[in-house]
Write a new protein. Structure first.
Length: 342
C-alpha cells in the first residue's frame, strides 16, 4: 500500500518491505517518513508473521539523498522547535532499526547521502550496486556529519576524517573496501534478489546472506583504496591548519592535482563546521555508538542557532546565490570545541 507519508509499505509472505517513495526529492527524509518507518518497526519487529524487513527505494536515482533540510530551515525561521523534534524522532528511529530483533536488509541503488547514509548504516545487512554513491556532505552547508557518522566514520581513521571534512562522494567499490557495505549486487538484479527473499521459507540472517551471496559480483577496483596512502599522509594531523598546510605543500607530482583539488574543497567549507567535524572524528574513536549519537544530538539542538547551517541552506538551497556569508566570530564554536574536549 502507498501512504501519504511517502512510503510504500507491503508485507509479502514473511518479508516486510518499506520502500522510500519521495521520488521527486530523491527520497530526502521528511518527518512523516521517519515517523512512518518508526511505526512499521514498532509493528513488524515483534510480529511473528514477519521474519525480516527490507528497506529499499522506488527512485531509479537514489536510495536516499539525506534529510529534509528545507523543513529544518523553515522550522528554525518560523521560531518553532520542529527541527529539534525532527532530529529526536530520526535518532529514535535509527535506534529502533539497530535494535530490531529481525534482520533488516537495505538495498541501495543510486545516491546514499547524509541522513540516507545514516539510515543505511543502521540496517543489519547492507547491499549496494554499481550505481551507488555515498557521502556525508554536511560541511558544505555549514553542518557536521551526524546520524552516527561520529561513530562509523571515525572507525576509518584518516579516511573517515577526509570523508567528514570534504563531503566527497565514494563508490560502491570504495564502500566495500571500507566495510561500509556488505555486498555488491548489480543493479539489474535487485528485483530478482527481492523476489528470492520474498519466496524464501526461512529468513534468518544466515539464510539471507546465503541468498545474497548467489547474486554478488566483484565491482571495479576501489579508487579510494588507490588513494589511501595519500589520504593517510595528509589527514593524519591533529589540527585543521596542519591538514591544509600539508595539502598546500604537496610536491609529489602523482599526488599534487588531487591535493590541490582537496584543499580547494576544504577552503570552501566554513571553519566552524570543519573544526567541529574534525573534533567529532577524533573524540568518536573512543566513544560507543550510543555516546556518539548522544553527542551529535546535543550539538544538533544548538547548531541551528550557533552554527552556519541556516546560512548554508539559504545560500545553496533557498536563494541559490551560492555565496554563503560564513561566520567570522568564532567565540561560539570555541565553547563548543571546549565542550567536545571535556
Amino acid at each position: 500500500m502507498s501512504d501519504e507519508n511517502n512510503l510504500a509499505i507491503s508485507l509479502q509472505r514473511s518479508l516486510g518491505i518499506i520502500s522510500l517513495d519521495r521520488i521527486s526529492h530523491l527520497n530526502a527524509l521528511t518527518l512523516p517518513m521517519i515517523q512512518g518507518i518508526q511505526s512499521q518497526l514498532d509493528e513488524w519487529c515483534h510480529d511473528p508473521k514477519v521474519q525480516a524487513i527490507l528497506i529499499n527505494s522506488n527512485s531509479p536515482k537514489a536510495f536516499c539523498a539525506g534529510g529534509d533540510i528545507r523543513y529544518l530551515y523553515d522550522s528554525y525561521k518560523a521560531g518553532n522547535t520542529g527541527y529539534q523534534e525532527y532530529f529526536a524522532t530520526e535518532y529514535a528511529m535509527l535506534s529502533s532499526l539497530r535494535n530490531c530483533p529481525k534482520p533488516v536488509i537495505v538495498l541501495m541503488d543510486g545516491y546514499v547521502l547524509g541522513g540516507g547514509f545514516g539510515l543505511a548504516q543502521a540496517c543489519h545487512i547492507k547491499v549496494s550496486s554499481e550505481k551507488s554513491r555515498f557521502a556525508m556532505p554536511e560541511t558544505a552547508i555549514g553542518f557536521f556529519p551526524d546520524v552516527g557518522a561520529t561513530h562509523f566514520l571515525s572507525r576509518l581513521d584518516e579516511i573517515g576524517v577526509y570523508l567528514a571534512l570534504t563531503g566527497e562522494q565514494i563508490s560502491s567499490s570504495d564502500a566495500l573496501y571500507l566495510d561500509l557495505v556488505d555486498y555488491h549486487v548489480p543493479s539489474e538484479r535487485f528485483a530478482e534478489l527481492q523476489a528470492v527473499l520474498i519466496a524464501a521459507s526461512a529468513l534468518t540472517s544466515t539464510e539471507i546472506r546465503k541468498m545474497i551471496s548467489a547474486f554478488i559480483t566483484h565491482p571495479v577496483e576501489s579508487e579510494l583504496q588507490k588513494r589511501a596512502n595519500h589520504i593517510h599522509k595528509h589527514f593524519a594531523y591533529q589540527n585543521l591548519d596542519e591538514i591544509e598546510q600539508s595539502l598546500a605543500h604537496e610536491t609529489d607530482s602523482t599526488d599534487q592535482a588531487w591535493a590541490d583539488k582537496t584543499l580547494a574543497i576544504l577552503q570552501q567549507r566554513p571553519l566552524m563546521a570543519k573544526q567541529v567535524s574534525l573534533k567529532l572524528q577524533q573524540v568518536g574513536q573512543n566513544l560507543s555508538l550510543e555516546k556518539s549519537m548522544q553527542l551529535e544530538r546535543d550539538l544538533q539542538d544548538i547548531w541551528l542557532e550557533q552554527g552556519d547551517f541556516i546560512e548554508g541552506v539559504r545560500a545553496l538551497i533557498i536563494d541559490k546565490d551560492k555565496k554563503p556569508q560564513w561566520q567570522t566570530d568564532h567565540s561560539k564554536f570555541e565553547k563548543i570545541l571546549q565542550k567536545l574536549s571535556s
